[in-house]
Design a binder for this molecule. Structure first.
Ligand SMILES: Cc1cc2nc3c(=O)[nH]c(=O)nc-3n(C[C@H](O)[C@H](O)[C@H](O)COP(=O)(O)O)c2cc1C
Length: 447
């Protein structure tokens, strides 16, 4: 050490909060490859979420229900507005649409088995209806997507409900991607597209340009299905008040609203992280649209995007949802990102909990793949059992909370049962900040 070094104290090296290590790594990756990053899953950035809300519970001003003796109902009926045969579910947690192609046939079968055992519905996806899925799903919602892959009127009539997909929370305004490595003979046949070539599906329906056309489309689907099956409309969370109002105006029985944390099988990372509204911010405007039309509860609202626990279910319902849908959590229940595959995740350059290259089709858990050897690792019967258990636990958790708040049905949960931990969550969910009667945006006093 020379005299100069002795006199001047050493500075601590400081990492930039703007140019963080992950950002720099992405810049280097882009510079080396010249291609953008594609991945599966939902937004990984932290945004206000259900974790930022708490239930208040009953005390003197509210009277709780006894956990083991007093009932707390969980049933929900979807599609009561126009459909002759609404869907009756034992629990308000449904399985979201995930395509055969993105998922293996074994995974689709396991989702059907688990959902049926739990008394709820599952949903097809951007790849048509597989016989395994129809056969093992007592209630199957059939998606009608812009791509129309695998769409045919016979399958429409085999469905218990039809979900017109306008958008998804992970990529509102964007279309689907299925890379060539996942396009097996069977996937190619179902989608009537060539094997092994990347598929990019349309971001909008080819035969409509606005809400008037959506109305005509809904009428067409009702004619094809004899007005039996409920028609859902699914939108990504962007302008929930107007989108919900327009979907209802066009004749929807049910609106599915998917926030930005919602998962996808494959999209550009920049899209997943930078487009759309957090799920928490979507719910109240959607409910207000239904209330303004006098149709809250008559047109049911299904909320999705980052639902993981019974507490999340209860919070979504307290904010006004009739039911929720889960995608990513269901895959985790089947075995996605399980630590038992850590050695194989390492070989793929990733780790448990971070594996999201679902588009590559090399999933060690056999879920997001079409490789026959990998897919065979997932036993659909065992997977179905795990999903049923998980759905049961979520339901019990939501019931525990509802009883503690004094409610004998999950639907009776209400915004007044909640408080918010942060200003952001208070503003987005329109729930008072904990310990006050105030939330940002609401005129009034705070103490
Ligand atoms: C593997 C995977 C495939 C998906 N495929 C579709 C699809 O074909 N059609 C669709 O509307 N949404 C699709 N989604 C989105 C889900 O339907 C749902 O909106 C989303 O997963 C909900 O958020 P969550 O994953 O946080 O529960 C997919 C999601 C995943 C994870």
């Amino acid at each position: 050490m020379n005299d100069h070094d002795k006199r001047i104290p050493q500075t601590v090296p400081i990492q930039s909060a703007t140019f963080t290590n992950p950002i720099n790594a992405e810049i280097r990756r882009a510079a080396a490859t010249g291609i953008y990053d594609i991945r599966g899953g939902g937004a990984k950035r932290r945004v206000p979420h259900f974790d930022d809300l708490l239930f208040l519970g009953a005390s003197i001003s509210r009277y709780p229900l006894e956990g083991y003796r007093e009932k707390c109902d969980t049933r929900v009926t979807l599609g009561t507005r126009f459909a002759k045969k609404p869907i009756e579910l034992d629990i308000p947690i449904t399985i979201a649409g995930m395509s055969f192609g993105a998922l293996s046939a074994q995974a689709k079968e396991a989702l059907g088995r688990g959902a049926s055992a739990a008394g709820t519905s599952t949903t097809t996806g951007d790849g048509g209806m597989t016989p395994e899925e129809r056969g093992h799903s007592t209630k199957l919602v059939y998606q009608y997507l812009p791509s129309r892959y695998g769409m045919n009127p016979d399958d429409l009539r085999r469905a218990d409900a039809i979900e017109i997909v306008v958008g998804q929370g992970a990529k509102p305004g964007g279309g689907g991607m299925l890379l060539g490595q996942k396009i097996s003979d069977r996937v190619a046949e179902m989608r009537t597209l060539p094997k092994g070539i990347d598929q990019r599906s349309a971001c909008r329906h080819p035969d409509w340009t606005g809400p008037d056309d959506l109305e005509i489309k809904i009428l067409e689907l009702r004619e094809i299905t004899g007005w039996q099956a409920p028609i859902y409309v699914k939108v990504g969370g962007t302008r929930p008040y107007y989108d919900v109002a327009l979907a209802v105006k066009a004749g929807a029985d049910v609106v599915v609203l998917d926030g930005m944390q919602g998962g996808t099988a494959a999209t550009q990372d920049v899209f997943i992280e930078n487009v759309g509204l957090p799920t928490l911010a979507c719910i109240r405007p959607a409910v207000r649209a239904l209330q303004d039309l006098g149709l809250h509860r008559e047109v049911q609202l299904i909320v999705s995007g980052g639902i993981r626990t019974g507490a999340d279910v209860a919070k979504a319902m307290a904010l006004g949802a009739d039911a929720v849908a889960i995608g990513t959590a269901a895959l985790i229940a089947l075995g996605d990102n399980d630590p038992k595959w850590e050695a194989e995740y390492q070989k793929l350059g990733t780790t448990t909990g971070a594996y999201d290259d679902w588009h590559e089709g090399r999933d060690p858990a056999g879920i997001t793949t079409q490789d026959p050897d990998l897919a065979a690792r997932l036993d659909p019967i065992e997977g179905g059992r795990r999903l049923r258990n998980y759905l049961k636990v979520m339901t019990l958790e939501a019931q525990t909370i509802a009883r503690a708040c004094g409610h004998n049905h999950l639907h009776n949960l209400e915004p007044e049962d909640l408080c918010a931990l942060t200003m952001e969550a208070a503003a987005m969910a329109q729930i008072p900040l904990a310990g006050t009667d105030w939330y940002p945006g609401k005129p009034g006093t705070s103490y």
